[in-house]
Ligand binder design. Sequence first.
Ligand code: AHR
Length: 335
Amino acid sequence: MDIKKWKPVRTFFTFLCLILCLLAAGCSNVKEPGKENGSDASGLVIGFSQLGSESAWRLGNTASMENAAAAHGINLVVNNGMQKQENQITAIRSFIAYQVDVIVFAPIVEDGWTNVLQEAKDAGIPVIMMDRVINVRDSDLYNAYIGPDHYQEGVNAAKFLIRKSEELQNEKIRIAEISGTEGSSPMISRYKGFHDLIDNNDRFEVLETISGDFLRSKGRECMESLLRKYPDQIDVLYSHNDAMTLGAIEVMEEHGIKPGKDIVIISVDGEQAAIDLLKEGKINCVVECSPMLGEAVMDLAEKIVSGQDYPRITRPEESVFTEYDDLSDLPPREY
Ligand code: AHR
């Protein structure tokens, strides 16, 4: 058969097999190309391994991928890893088996990806890493990374703290840190960026860093535990995401503590609920981490498949929102 005729036929059968097999395996949101906005289908098939649905940030990120795929006429097959690396590895293997055109994945943790990415490379399937980064010796195991600079987010959080500390009277400023998922790149980098700036200053003391797994429910549990261990001692809460911050704030209020006043609160993400609390004075600083990566991912996938030059690293623009800013003109958040 003529190769030009074979390509759409192969794409159709790949997509059909993916729908049948991945729906059976728990994948969702298998979108028919180009239906949502009447755009022409590109015929590209992208297998997307999303790590879970732990936060509004994550839901916004998945929606951004789905909307951008629809706008580009790309067949997006989404698998939700439900917070488990083994589920993500299984999904990536099925994407390889069905020869998708591009694999996109948001790795839950940094380590443990070498074998499955080698399999994708051997199968000649390009891989885009999104949101989080991984630890692999051979960086050619993926083609490109699109996502925020999580180290800079930690630095931004510390910069706010340093500014805020100028107006605090305390001789020592005691910090409780609720971190993200152990072994994940945002957890590691937000920790490092923050500590690199404050650890050499004796005025700052981190009482404890405790993992809340980026979950609101665990943010609650962590705050309960921190208040039990350090009653009346916490001056600042540095929380690695808004979901955990929201849980922690609930607990503070249940204990009669005024968030944003009795305890200075620094959060990361920038979801609407956190911005609302910032405006109410219950959060002091929100470091933005943008989940709106879908458009950049689709552009990149098209460039890679059509053999054009493409950047190895793409970063979204990000900001820092603080109690010192006029936020009245801030447009509604999309997550
Ligand atoms: O990897 C990005 C982080 O993951 C976001 O800060 C958080 O909300 C999500 O769970």
